[in-house]
Unconditional design. Structure first.
Lengths: 350, 370
């Protein structure tokens, strides 16, 4: 049971080698005695969509904030678009677009005014500004809402406006912190399609954090799983799924709970792990779903017991996530000043 | 420069899209101008004074006639006749009367004999303002009674010849300069301090920090925008206030320029002070909690309501360091006295130095990262 790459540079799934758009080398972030990020390494190729997955407090936002120059790096190095974030932060800022987790466009301003102000902050020349605004509004399908006040837009439209705002200066690299949190499923899928289109039409490199496994699965070329400040797994979605020893997940619920169930299940053919979910309910990872299922049914009959439910499914990213990060709730404290920044934001911090 | 202008543009667009902010920043000073200006600026009328006459002689009748004249003309008080002193005292204590005058028995006889009789005055001094007014009015009646019927042929007494430099200044007019400053303070507090911290908490600043804007551009952009909002509030209240108080200052272009100069440097000073206090604050509750404390600490010792000369030494120290003091003094000079630049240049210098100094301290404290 080994991850495809841990703390190293991941294979590119057989694709032709591409130039590196960004890389972190032994990057560390410390707050006093607390180490939020512990010597993490990875690189992202040009044109790639790279996902950072991890539970709350895992360190993914800290990582993205170091890479976008928002917080200083304690040790190690982060290179973005060929520039060192510590030595040339302004150079990095000119080449990146950042979409924060919160919706921060001004509700009192119109869609166009919001974009215009950010174009000016990025020193986009006046002649180019109008063209860029039109292009990004077309890309996020908000052209006809150009003159609308932002407060009149729906949540999905506001998220698209945030994406447009991050693109108005035509960046090479795009950072998105939980871009679809709080959106309904239809809006979420619309944002995925939009990001895929942007990647293809603008040759953008993207780094995003997400809580949604489906989002990471459908959107990302490669995924890094971060936990307790460490990078615990890195690879393509397929590689990560294959990295979990067991091709299938069997979920079984017995009518009667017995302390012996877990031990008996572990002895069945192909079983690699057994997790007790609740009284009489077990989640079994196995290399052979069909054999394990048959033996489970036979064992139950021989013992004179009965099953309430039984299901078999392929390994998903959810399983991978749980495999690498465990199931315990994360109630760790965060640094007070970081917590205060998260106050009043629509979504919770992480 | 372009990036700094973008910050100012954003702030000003927001400001004009939410007129509530401007209205709220003017509401408190305007309400104070109307309520305090009228409450403290008026004269006492129709106070109730009980009159107990134990004499009923010709001199006592003279006193009663003088009292009746006051009631019929300037109406400071009206007299109500009482039979006995005891009841009059009880009524003063219970609030039915504001004062009672007792003319003793044998009063007329003693006046005619030159025996200097006393007229008793029982006054409810729990209200200092009312009791002082009544005492002054009654003293003037007594002085008139004492005046000789035929004046001396040669006036050899020493007299105080009072020359008032300015026409009668109502309390509303006196209050106006302080309230113009208060409008700027409220604007800076709401439009500067609170919005700054709220923007930080909402993540708006995070959006700025990932752009190539420099720390200095950000600081200047936010402060210039904050000062512009305060200037607009100050001008609006000065114009509305002078019209309400019946002052003609705004129709004199030179005074307008002087007033604008005081308002501009005051806005810079207030905004610089606010930015210095908020530069490292993240909690949105802090500026809200500070609002009332700062208001009391800065507005009341400034001479806007009470004269600084009456302050104890420790409060005088606060007044000297308080930018409100110089702003109020400058506006008093311009709006009330119509004085020239000579009278306000020291205020302008102090306020400009205070604002620039605050910004120079705050700028290095501003963090370009989270």
């Amino acid at each position: 049971m080994s991850s495809p790459a841990i703390n190293g540079f991941a294979p590119d799934s057989g694709a032709a080698p591409r130039p590196i758009a960004m890389a972190v080398e032994n990057i560390v972030k410390r707050y006093g005695d607390f180490e939020a990020v512990k010597s993490v390494n990875f690189s992202v190729a040009e044109g790639e969509i790279f996902g950072l997955l991890g539970p709350n407090g895992a360190g993914k936002s800290t990582l993205i904030r170091m890479m976008t120059t928002l917080i200083p790096v304690t040790a190690g190095r982060a290179m973005v678009a060929g520039r060192d974030v510590s030595k040339d932060p302004d150079g990095v800022r000119r080449l990146i677009g950042v979409i924060p987790q919160a919706l921060t466009s001004d509700p009192d301003l119109t869609v166009e005014e919001n974009l215009s102000i950010y174009a000016k902050l990025y020193s986009v020349p006046r002649a180019q500004r109008e063209k860029n605004i039109t292009e990004v509004l077309a890309a996020v399908d908000l052209l006809k809402w150009r003159g609308a006040q932002t407060k009149t837009l729906s949540g999905g439209m506001r998220r698209r406006l945030e994406i447009a705002r991050g693109l108005v200066h035509d960046p090479r690299i795009f950072f998105l912190d939980e871009p679809t949190t709080g959106l309904d499923p239809v809006s979420r899928i619309a944002v995925w399609e939009m990001l895929n289109n942007l990647k293809n039409t603008r040759n953008l490199t993207m780094l995003l954090t997400t809580h949604y496994m489906e989002e990471a699965d459908k959107l990302c070329d490669r995924i890094a799983i971060v936990d307790h400040g460490n990078l615990v797994a890195l690879g393509t979605p397929t590689e990560l799924k294959n990295s979990v020893a067991g091709a299938n997940v069997v979920e079984v619920k017995f009518d009667r709970e017995s302390p012996e169930w877990a031990g008996r299940i572990e002895k069945l053919t192909g079983v690699t792990s057994v997790q007790a979910e609740s009284a009489g309910f077990y989640r079994v990872i196995t290399t052979s779903g069909s054999k394990t299922t048959m033996e489970l049914v036979e064992m139950t009959a021989q013992l004179g017991e009965t099953l309430s439910s039984l299901s078999v499914q392929n390994t998903t990213l959810d399983d991978v996530f749980i495999h690498y990060t465990g199931r315990q709730l994360r109630d760790e404290q965060v640094k007070p000043e970081l917590a205060s920044w998260a106050m009043l934001r629509r979504e919770g911090g992480h | 420069m372009n990036r700094m202008m973008a910050i100012i543009e954003r702030e000003m667009r927001k400001f004009f899209r939410s007129p509530v902010l401007m209205l709220m920043s003017m509401m408190l000073p305007l309400v104070q101008l109307v309520i305090l200006g009228n409450a403290f600026g008026g004269k006492i009328v129709n106070a109730r004074v009980g009159l107990v006459d134990y004499d009923h002689g010709p001199e006592a009748v003279k006193v009663e006639e003088d009292f009746a004249a006051v009631g019929a003309t300037i109406r400071t008080f009206k007299t109500i006749s009482y039979d006995n002193e005891r009841q009059a005292r009880v009524d003063v204590q219970s609030g039915k009367l504001d004062a009672a005058v007792i003319i003793p028995a044998q009063y007329s006889r003693r006046v005619e004999a030159g025996d200097a009789p006393d007229i008793g005055l029982v006054v409810d001094n729990s209200d200092q303002f009312l009791s002082s007014s009544l005492e002054a009015e009654l003293q003037s009646i007594v002085d008139a009674l004492n005046a000789p019927l035929i004046p001396a042929p040669v006036n050899n007494k020493i007299a105080l010849d009072i020359v008032e430099l300015y026409p009668y200044i109502s309390y509303m007019k006196f209050l106006l300069p302080g309230l113009v400053c208060l409008a700027m303070y409220v604007s800076v507090m709401i439009g500067g301090g609170m919005l700054y911290i709220d923007d930080k908490a909402r993540g708006v600043h995070e959006g700025y920090l990932v752009t190539p804007i420099t720390g200095l551009e950000l600081v200047l952009g936010m402060n210039i925008a904050g000062a512009l909002k305060a200037i607009l509030s100050g001008i609006s209240l000065a114009v509305i206030g002078t019209l309400m108080a019946g002052m003609g200052s705004i129709f004199h272009p030179v005074q307008d320029l002087e007033m604008l100069a005081v308002i501009v440097v005051t806005s810079i000073a207030f905004n610089g002070m606010m930015f210095l206090m908020m530069v490292r604050v993240d909690d949105p509750l802090v500026p809200r909690a500070m609002f009332g404390v700062l208001n009391t600490l800065l507005f009341f010792p400034s001479g806007a309501i009470y004269p600084i000369a009456a302050f104890p030494p420790w409060l005088h120290v606060i007044a000297v360091a308080d930018p409100f003091t110089y702003a109020v003094h400058g506006l008093q000079q311009v709006l009330i006295k119509g004085a020239g630049f000579v009278s306000i240049y020291q205020d302008l210098l102090f306020l400009a130095a205070f604002g620039v100094g605050s910004l120079m301290i705050a700028t290095p404290l501003f963090k370009r990262t989270l």
